[in-house]
Design a binder for this molecule. Structure first.
Ligand code: FAD
Ligand code: NAP
Ligand code: SF4
Length: 678
């Protein structure tokens, strides 16, 4: 066997006895919303086929419930439904018969947004929509039959295997943990009883599909719950599931309701794989590990440490369907890296089950709708502004064959991403800039930095079209004392161009206000770059593995010691507008560092004494040394207006088009859409 020179482990096959997986790269399961979409199966077929073409060894589909009570939309309990799934398996195997595709069986239990939801006990989850009904003996038997039936139907549909999710707070995991399993019969009480249902599911599934079918069991190897599973329980369960017929065990590290981030951008890469490594030592079957593994060198390192046999990358495959192929061909610098922002994926899933996509790759889950086809009529295009919008537009248009010139007044590409990347926990933004730098070179975009463009310059050149991606200017509230020396813009604060005092008021608590608070409140190395710091900050004990990994461990905030107050005018809770799946992490981090958050504020003036306000109509003086203004942004359209006056055809994109509620997701998506059509 010839080993790959750079990734010998990642690109070695895994022998399962009855079959082989061609490499160790797995696309992990993600619910995308295509499961319930119109034309969803054709779209899923295109989505998965693109990932198969991209070189991945095995794919796990989004979770499919085995019955109605186990979910809210898609399910697999009939032959007719199995027939629809054939579209997916046929498309993947047509690309490469050696790529395995397994269907995840997801019974959501008490997390199903369905009034008919069921659970071992009638315990409502903190994040569930409904209180579940307690399963009686007959109900339990029905669930077991439904699991087995679902697995048999998956086999009939052409899948190579199934993954049974036994973690995250879904049905199986609620049997395992005492706080959600209050039963006193054979399905509750001792751990042996609590795991009975889970082991029986695996046993029945194996019996239904025979020996030559992959059965993966996903275990919460560290569930991050106070009073969650103890390490010896994890081991006992894993060994019992192995004995019951699991081919592979996949490790997961959370329940959705656990107050510890496990995949957000402030989580270090591969932070949890050591736990998989420990479990691997006591099992015979291969182990899958996951969480924040987004580049091939991280995957190879994890395998080399002996932490796992297979590395799961889920969101990274949304960001770049060709990740594995690019690694194989030595084109790592072309990988569009997942920045773990959750903005277009999990925030969509958990924010009302909207369809998923990806901030850095808006084609994700739109493979049949958004394509970058070679143009028949190449144009000479000028793109002004190399922020996310201008970069996305320029590189997609050039990829399609247009002749693109990209200007930026700054000395480096990236626009506001050059501010974002300086925030502790947002280091992944560097990867996006590296990707675009490479795409500029690859697709032959003519880049002119340090070039502030005006309408005269553009008019003097013979461009067919001008794309104005000039971004924003920070809003400066009309306030007495706004020019006082203690008032600092967020740009100056982030770039360290002005000193920041010990007592600080931050005016505006949107995404940037929170980021600035993170920057000036933190001390020491970024948790995202240091697993030990991360573990201390979130109260995780990897070494001793108390129950859930967290029981009895106090989070320790490292703070700069500044007295910081984050202010907003709205009376909504501060931070309400932050991302659905990440906002809580920012609020919790800052409050642990002692940052005060005040809403219902009316700003009056700034003077030597500080920031004068009314809080809920009561006068209040914040005696601070520095006031940092993070009061939103306005579109920067001077150039566009000048071009209009001169009759030059121009298109607005990104912040220059609309600054209100702008984020990089919207900027990149709009740019890609426009560049696909030009
Ligand atoms: P910009 O990024 O503002 O880029 C505009 C570019 O145009 C600049 O490089 C500028 O130099 C150039 N330019 C302007 N005028 C001219 C001219 N006349 N000639 C030449 N060049 C010109 N968004 C998210 O989605 N997620 C986040 O986590 C996130 N975090 C952020 C953190 C911080 C600290 C900041 C400041 C922003 C963050 N954002 C985030 C917002 C995101 O960066 C913006 O939405 C995005 O950058 C907007 O892209 P844009 O291309 O429209 O504009
Ligand atoms: P933002 O989220 O719109 O927040 C602006 C803040 O300024 C709000 O708190 C707003 O609340 C306040 N404000 C608005 N007008 C004001 C005025 N005239 N005087 C005083 N305060 C005023 O915008 P942002 O923080 O500038 O961020 C820009 C974009 O970048 C956002 O859309 C955001 O999504 C994106 N971003 C995202 C992240 C992320 O992690 N996802 C991080 C950073 C930035 P009140 O009116 O209630 O005071
Ligand atoms: Fe990764 Fe963000 Fe894309 Fe989700 S939206 S896949 S977290 S880059």
């Amino acid at each position: 066997m010839n080993l790959h020179s750079r990734y010998p482990l990642l690109f070695s096959p895994l022998d399962l006895g009855f079959t082989q997986i061609k490499n160790r790269a797995l696309m992990g399961s993600m619910h995308t919303g295509l499961e319930e979409a119109e034309n969803g199966f054709a779209r899923m077929a295109a989505y998965f086929a693109e990932r198969a073409r991209g070189g991945v060894g095995m794919i796990i589909t989004g979770g499919i419930p085995p019955n109605e009570e186990g979910g809210f939309g898609a399910k697999l309990s009939t032959s007719e439904e199995a027939e629809q799934h054939r579209t997916i398996t046929a498309a993947v195997h047509a690309v490469d018969p050696d790529v395995k595709i397994c269907m995840q069986i997801l019974h959501m239990g008490s997390l199903a947004p369905n009034p008919a939801c069921v659970a071992p006990s009638a315990v409502k989850s903190r994040i569930g929509a409904f209180k579940p009904s307690e399963l009686n003996e007959e109900g339990i038997e029905k669930q077991l039959l439904d699991f087995a039936n679902c697995a048999a139907l998956a086999q009939q549909a052409g899948y190579d295997g199934v993954e049974i999710i036994g973690s995250a707070g879904y049905l199986l995991s609620t049997f395992l943990v005492a706080k959600t399993n209050l039963r006193t019969d054979q399905w509750g009480g001792s751990f042996e009883n609590r795991m009975r249902f889970v082991v029986e599911v695996v046993r029945r599934v194996r019996a239904a599909v025979g020996p030559n079918f992959i059965v993966i069991f996903r275990i919460a190897a560290m569930d991050m719950l106070d009073g969650g599973m103890a390490w010896d329980e994890v081991v006992t369960l894993a060994q019992a599931v192995e004995a019951a017929g699991a081919t592979i065990i996949s490790t997961h590290f959370c329940w959705h309701e656990a107050p510890v981030p496990t995949i957000a951008t402030m989580v270090p890469r591969a932070a949890f794989t050591q736990v998989t490594g420990r479990l691997r030592k006591v099992l015979k079957v291969p182990l899958i590990t996951s969480n924040r593994i987004n580049m091939p060198d991280t995957a190879e390192t994890v395998l080399a440490r002996g932490d796992a046999d297979i590395v799961s990358m889920a969101r990274p495959m949304l960001a770049d369907p060709e990740l594995v192929r690019k690694a194989f061909e030595g084109r790592e610098d072309e990988i569009n890296t997942c920045i773990a922002c959750n903005q277009a994926c999990l925030d969509h899933t958990f924010g009302g089950y909207k369809q998923v996509s990806c901030l850095v790759n808006p084609r994700a889950c739109r493979e049949t709708l958004l394509n970058y086809e070679t143009t028949a009529r190449p144009k000479r295009l000028a793109v002004v502004g190399a922020g996310p919008a201008g970069l996305a537009y320029a590189t997609v248009a050039a990829q399609r064959g247009h002749q693109v010139t990209l200007f930026d007044a700054a000395s480096e590409i990236g626009g506001q991403f050059n501010l974002a990347k300086r925030i502790p926990g947002k280091e992944e933004f560097y990867e996006t800039l590296r990707y675009y730098q490479r795409m500029i070179a690859k697709h032959g975009v003519a880049l002119h930095l340090n070039t502030r463009v005006d309408a005269a310059l553009l008019a003097s050149e013979d461009f067919d079209e001008v794309i104005v991606a000039t971004g924003i200017e920070p809003r400066q509230p009309a306030l007495e004392g706004i020019k006082h020396p203690k008032v600092v813009s967020y740009i100056d604060a982030i770039l360290g161009r002005k000193p920041i005092g010990e007592r600080v008021a931050i005016m505006g608590a949107g995404g940037i206000g929170f980021d600035v608070a993170e920057l000036i409140s933190h001390a020491g190395p970024s948790a995202a770059l240091d697993s030990a710091v991360f573990a201390r900050e979130w109260g995780i004990d990897f070494e001793n593995h108390p129950r859930g990994g967290v029981t009895g461990v106090q989070p320790q905030a490292a703070t700069s010691g500044r007295t910081i107050t984050l202010l907003q005018r709205k009376t909504d809770p501060v931070g309400k507008s932050l991302g659905r799946t990440t906002g809580w992490t920012h609020r919790l981090t800052l409050s642990r560092r002692g940052v005060r958050m005040v809403n219902g504020v009316e700003y009056l003036k700034v003077d030597d004494a500080g920031l004068h306000t009314l809080v809920n109509s009561e006068p209040k003086l914040f005696e601070v040394d520095t006031v940092i203004v993070c009061a939103g942004q306005l579109p920067l359209r001077t150039l566009f207006d000048d071009l209009q006056t001169q009759g030059v055809k121009a298109t607005l994109v990104g912040g220059a088009f609309e600054a209100s509620e702008l984020d990089a997701k919207r900027a990149i998506e709009q740019a890609c859409q426009l560049a696909a059509e030009v």
